[in-house]
Design a protein around this ligand. Structure first.
Ligand SMILES: [Zn+2]
Length: 110
Protein backbone atom coordinates (compact mmCIF):
# COMPACT_ATOMS: atom_id res chain seq x y z
CA UNK A 1 0.00 0.00 0.00
CA UNK A 2 1.10 3.61 -0.42
CA UNK A 3 2.22 5.91 2.33
CA UNK A 4 -1.00 7.83 2.55
CA UNK A 5 -0.22 10.31 -0.20
CA UNK A 6 -2.58 10.03 -3.07
CA UNK A 7 -3.71 12.14 -5.92
CA UNK A 8 -0.61 12.15 -8.08
CA UNK A 9 -1.97 10.67 -11.25
CA UNK A 10 1.15 11.52 -13.23
CA UNK A 11 3.37 9.53 -10.91
CA UNK A 12 1.00 6.58 -11.09
CA UNK A 13 0.90 6.75 -14.86
CA UNK A 14 4.68 6.81 -14.99
CA UNK A 15 4.93 3.83 -12.70
CA UNK A 16 2.46 1.93 -14.80
CA UNK A 17 4.39 2.83 -17.92
CA UNK A 18 7.58 1.47 -16.38
CA UNK A 19 5.75 -1.67 -15.33
CA UNK A 20 4.46 -2.14 -18.86
CA UNK A 21 7.99 -1.73 -20.20
CA UNK A 22 9.28 -4.30 -17.72
CA UNK A 23 6.57 -6.76 -18.74
CA UNK A 24 7.47 -6.14 -22.36
CA UNK A 25 11.10 -6.99 -21.64
CA UNK A 26 10.17 -10.11 -19.71
CA UNK A 27 7.86 -11.24 -22.48
CA UNK A 28 10.85 -11.28 -24.82
CA UNK A 29 12.32 -13.99 -22.63
CA UNK A 30 9.11 -15.98 -22.80
CA UNK A 31 9.01 -15.63 -26.56
CA UNK A 32 12.47 -17.10 -26.98
CA UNK A 33 12.91 -19.41 -23.98
CA UNK A 34 15.49 -21.50 -25.81
CA UNK A 35 18.01 -18.66 -25.60
CA UNK A 36 17.64 -18.33 -21.83
CA UNK A 37 18.20 -20.65 -18.92
CA UNK A 38 15.30 -22.63 -17.49
CA UNK A 39 15.53 -20.62 -14.26
CA UNK A 40 15.33 -17.23 -15.90
CA UNK A 41 12.36 -18.25 -18.03
CA UNK A 42 10.54 -19.38 -14.88
CA UNK A 43 11.51 -16.18 -13.11
CA UNK A 44 10.35 -14.09 -16.05
CA UNK A 45 6.89 -15.60 -16.11
CA UNK A 46 6.47 -15.25 -12.35
CA UNK A 47 7.65 -11.66 -12.42
CA UNK A 48 5.32 -10.81 -15.28
CA UNK A 49 2.45 -12.19 -13.29
CA UNK A 50 3.28 -10.28 -10.13
CA UNK A 51 3.91 -7.02 -11.97
CA UNK A 52 0.53 -7.37 -13.61
CA UNK A 53 -1.08 -7.95 -10.24
CA UNK A 54 0.76 -5.23 -8.38
CA UNK A 55 0.09 -2.51 -10.91
CA UNK A 56 -3.34 -3.82 -11.83
CA UNK A 57 -2.39 -3.80 -15.46
CA UNK A 58 -3.11 -7.50 -15.71
CA UNK A 59 -1.51 -9.61 -18.33
CA UNK A 60 -1.81 -8.97 -22.00
CA UNK A 61 -3.80 -11.78 -23.56
CA UNK A 62 -0.83 -12.52 -25.84
CA UNK A 63 1.27 -13.16 -22.76
CA UNK A 64 -1.34 -14.78 -20.58
CA UNK A 65 -1.50 -17.90 -22.70
CA UNK A 66 2.16 -18.52 -21.95
CA UNK A 67 1.79 -18.39 -18.18
CA UNK A 68 0.14 -21.08 -16.09
CA UNK A 69 -2.61 -19.77 -13.87
CA UNK A 70 -1.91 -22.42 -11.29
CA UNK A 71 1.81 -22.19 -10.61
CA UNK A 72 2.59 -18.98 -12.57
CA UNK A 73 5.27 -20.90 -14.38
CA UNK A 74 5.97 -20.65 -18.08
CA UNK A 75 3.89 -22.71 -20.46
CA UNK A 76 6.25 -24.22 -22.96
CA UNK A 77 4.59 -26.63 -25.34
CA UNK A 78 6.29 -29.99 -25.22
CA UNK A 79 8.47 -29.02 -22.27
CA UNK A 80 6.39 -27.77 -19.35
CA UNK A 81 2.97 -28.13 -20.88
CA UNK A 82 0.93 -30.20 -23.23
CA UNK A 83 -1.35 -28.37 -25.63
CA UNK A 84 -4.11 -29.99 -27.60
CA UNK A 85 -6.66 -28.49 -29.89
CA UNK A 86 -10.01 -30.19 -29.98
CA UNK A 87 -13.17 -28.87 -31.58
CA UNK A 88 -11.60 -25.44 -31.83
CA UNK A 89 -10.78 -25.43 -28.15
CA UNK A 90 -7.31 -25.22 -26.84
CA UNK A 91 -6.65 -27.50 -23.91
CA UNK A 92 -3.46 -26.75 -22.03
CA UNK A 93 -2.15 -29.08 -19.36
CA UNK A 94 0.62 -27.74 -17.18
CA UNK A 95 3.18 -30.45 -16.46
CA UNK A 96 4.44 -28.62 -13.39
CA UNK A 97 1.26 -28.37 -11.34
CA UNK A 98 -1.18 -30.36 -13.46
CA UNK A 99 -3.57 -27.52 -14.02
CA UNK A 100 -5.74 -27.78 -17.10
CA UNK A 101 -7.02 -24.67 -18.81
CA UNK A 102 -9.41 -24.58 -21.68
CA UNK A 103 -9.88 -21.77 -24.09
CA UNK A 104 -12.05 -21.09 -26.99
CA UNK A 105 -13.66 -21.27 -29.36
CA UNK A 106 -12.59 -17.63 -29.38
CA UNK A 107 -9.08 -18.08 -28.00
CA UNK A 108 -6.51 -15.69 -29.48
CA UNK A 109 -5.56 -16.92 -32.91
CA UNK A 110 -2.48 -14.81 -33.35
ZN1 LIG B 1 1.22 -24.90 -13.55
Amino acid sequence: MGRGKRGRPRAAALRRKRATAAVERLSEILKSPWSHSEASVTQASKQMWSIGQRHRIGLHSDHRIWICRGCKGPIRPGITARIRIRNGRRITTCQTCGRISRRGPDFPKR
